[in-house]
Design a protein around this ligand. Sequence first.
Ligand code: SAH
Ligand code: SF4
Ligand code: F3S
Length: 460
Amino acid sequence: MNDKPIENLPMMPQRPAAPAGAPTVYIETYGCQMNVYDSAAIAALLGRAGLARGDDPLTADIVLINTCSVRDHAEHKVLSRVGELRRDREEAGRRPAVMGILGCMAERLGEALTGERQRIDVVVGVDRYESLPGILTAALAGSGGAGSAVVTGHRDDAHYVAPPQLYPQNGSHLVTIHKGCDYRCTYCIVPYTRGPQREKAPAAILDEVRAVVAAGGQEVTLLGQNVTAYRWRGELDFAGLLTQVARVDGLARIRFLTGHPRDMHERLMDVIGAEPKVCPGLHVPGQCGSDRVLARMKRRYTRAEYLHMVAYARRVVPDVTISGDIIVGFPGETEEDFAQTLSLVREVGYDNLFCYTYSERPGAPAVRLGDDVPADTKKRRLAEVMALQDEVWQAIAAAQVGQTWSAVAEEPARRTEGAWRLRTLNNRKILAPLAAGVPGRTYRVRVDGFRNTSFFGTAV
Ligand code: SAH
Ligand code: SF4
Ligand code: F3S
């Protein structure tokens, strides 16, 4: 989850090339990988509709922001960004852009974004992107005087605008496998912004994966808020889907995001452990370590079940690493509950942990519980859990020094001359000098040390 825009979006090459003088569109993306995938699909859709890509928000004719509602902070950030873009354009003497909000905030706030304060021209929700070319063309034509256009609401089918096909994020090509979520964890806004869970057909997923391979890609990341709950008409579950994707010739690696602890059952982990193409870096958010709080969050597992899942993964998935998310300060969380979270973090030994303070989301069920943990208590707990994770990670990292790993080259390191960024199958990042690095190729690297969350080493 990102509060900064996800930078470095390698945009689609434009086919057909936009006509000279075509209006330009700039897209900025916040939130999760699902938004990254959607933004790429939107860019391709608008390209086909004859709009050109704009790389500069100060000069583009249309500015679209694909947004996230998961925490209050993420929404504020976008609203102040809109104000900032407006001011910058004014100061630079540019005319106002057609300003559009897409994604989860569009779905959650809709009409409210077009009021006096925000003055957004175009608001399009997550299931409605196919309407963008028409709406944007109309908005450009009526520039200035036209009213705002708001198109939101979920559709029954898992409708997608055409997939972006080749869209590498860290060398992995994103393939969204379903929309929405049916779990309704009480703190979470996603089931309301993204809608109910609707699956993409297995044939469509496989077509997308084959298209990635045909275009030279070797790795896919299967995406969804709850991929492990994938189920196609009682015929195929996520384990079955993984097996089918793994059979695609030419594909080397499969990653997936996000798994839900409840659905990481033993049979699925057996498949993950036995299928060499499935990468053993598992992101399974635990959220907290107290059964009382887990029940109030409606997470559908207990601490003991979560720990069993982790232990089973360590048994059957070679080289597995575990990453997760933690929320501190959920309504009613006591010091004793929080101590349970700390002990969970210690017990699991996460490679990577994303920690958040609870943010009350209007419309999410936990609003009824009241937001009763004081802000400074939340802050202190956040700092404590992060400090503990740092300690846990240092110990994990120190044990890796001297080992030799297989790692896939991603790209030349930005700050270290001659070094490349590589990633292991279990999601560890390592910097190593490579004489003539080839992105996507696997190298053997010896771990020499570590800094922050990254290792450095030598190719052997
Ligand atoms: N579908 C995934 C993740 C959803 S959102 C899952 O079920 O695990 C990503 C992360 O944001 C969550 O794992 C949670 O840790 C955090 N999050 C979600 N809602 C939040 C809220 N209201 N306040 C603080 N953190 C939240
Ligand atoms: Fe939100 Fe829970 Fe669904 Fe994840 S599983 S998206 S946390 S409701
Ligand atoms: Fe944010 Fe929506 Fe993704 S709320 S986390 S962008 S599903």
